[in-house]
Design a protein around this ligand. Structure first.
Ligand code: ATR
Length: 289
């Protein structure tokens, strides 16, 4: 997509390493087109010098930036302000230009929130299994707590990581029950209907045959599930949920809505659901290559 670039064109971009396979330019340049904004979004590969990248971006009048692996936490010290939600999640993925510098937000959690609303998944009062305790799981458990989940079971390969995350999040949301468990202890989960979020990198392309829990018995109680992975479009985890009669969604909507939330912050507007659906179709095509 070649558009006219002129003296009024604003720049946005993605800081990370690597950034070569990102879908963010496709999303944001599409949004610029449908909202009629004179804005271009490009990947910024930052191998070293994160501080210079942020300060340089500000000096160059860059309107907004996304931040991805490995800088989502490290970036926080170079910002003028950090939104409360992002501070609690300990990760920033969106920078919004202000007078004194950038303000950091976490739109990953906002993206998952809106994706779940669209998918008809409500977390309030629910028992939820979260698989993983890394950066992505952090945003997931924050959303669980904020949405008023009843009980969250945090299952992770390394128990200490799950315990640490539980302890952290319990301080913010004491009304929710938080339990840390080792993944292999899944048979000790209560025998009742639950929601599940798969927040590890297991099953990601090209290792599409991998799954964190490879036992149909676990999936019997999973009513609805989200895998944060979007490539492949249907992970082994999702297949196992569906085989036991549950509904399963991939992470494409989360990706899409985190970008939409960032774009809305940068441009102070709202993107209609109809355009989000069109964008989703575009992304599916893009992923199919
Ligand atoms: P991200 O920021 O994308 O969440 P991360 O912080 O590296 O990435 O976290 C990866 C998560 O996937 C962790 O919960 C990790 O478990 P550990 O805490 O034990 O490292 C989990 N994970 C990665 N590979 C795994 C595997 N082969 N089996 C089970 N869990 C795995």
């Amino acid at each position: 997509m070649i558009k006219e670039i002129n003296g009024r064109t604003r720049l946005c971009g993605l800081i990370g390493y690597p950034v070569m396979h990102t879908l963010s330019p496709v999303i944001h340049n599409y949004l610029a087109e449908v909202t009629g904004k004179n804005l271009v979004y490009v990947p910024f590969q930052v191998e070293n010098g994160l501080e210079y990248a942020i300060k340089g971006g500000f000096a160059l009048n860059v309107l907004g930036m996304n931040v991805t692996v490995p800088y989502k936490t490290a970036v926080m010290e170079y910002l003028a302000e950090v939104d409360e939600n992002a501070r609690c999640i300990s990760a920033v993925n969106t920078l919004v230009r202000m007078e004194q510098g950038y303000k950091g937000y976490n739109t990953d959690y906002l993206g998952l929130k809106r994706a779940m609303q669209v998918q008809g998944i409500s977390l309030a009062g629910k028992d939820i299994v979260v698989l993983g305790a890394g950066g992505a799981a952090n945003a997931v458990v924050y959303l669980c707590g904020q949405s008023g989940a009843e009980h969250v079971y945090l299952l992770n390969r390394t128990l200490e990581h799950a315990e640490k995350l539980c302890q952290h999040i319990r301080g913010f949301f004491p009304k929710t029950d938080w339990t840390a468990m080792k993944i292999e202890d899944y048979s000790q989960l209560p025998d009742k209907s639950m929601l599940a979020v798969q927040a590890t990198s297991v099953g990601l392309h090209p290792h599409i045959e991998q799954v964190v829990i490879d036992d149909p018995a676990f999936y019997k109680n999973i009513e609805k599930a989200v895998d944060i992975i979007y490539n492949p479009g249907e992970t082994r985890f999702m297949k196992m949920v569906k085989e036991q009669g549950g509904q399963a969604y991939n992470g494409l909507d989360m990706l899409l809505y985190q970008a939409v939330a960032a774009y809305e912050l940068w441009n102070d507007l709202s993107i209609e659901e109809e355009n989000c659906r069109k964008l989703s179709e575009l992304l599916v095509k893009e992923l199919q290559g």
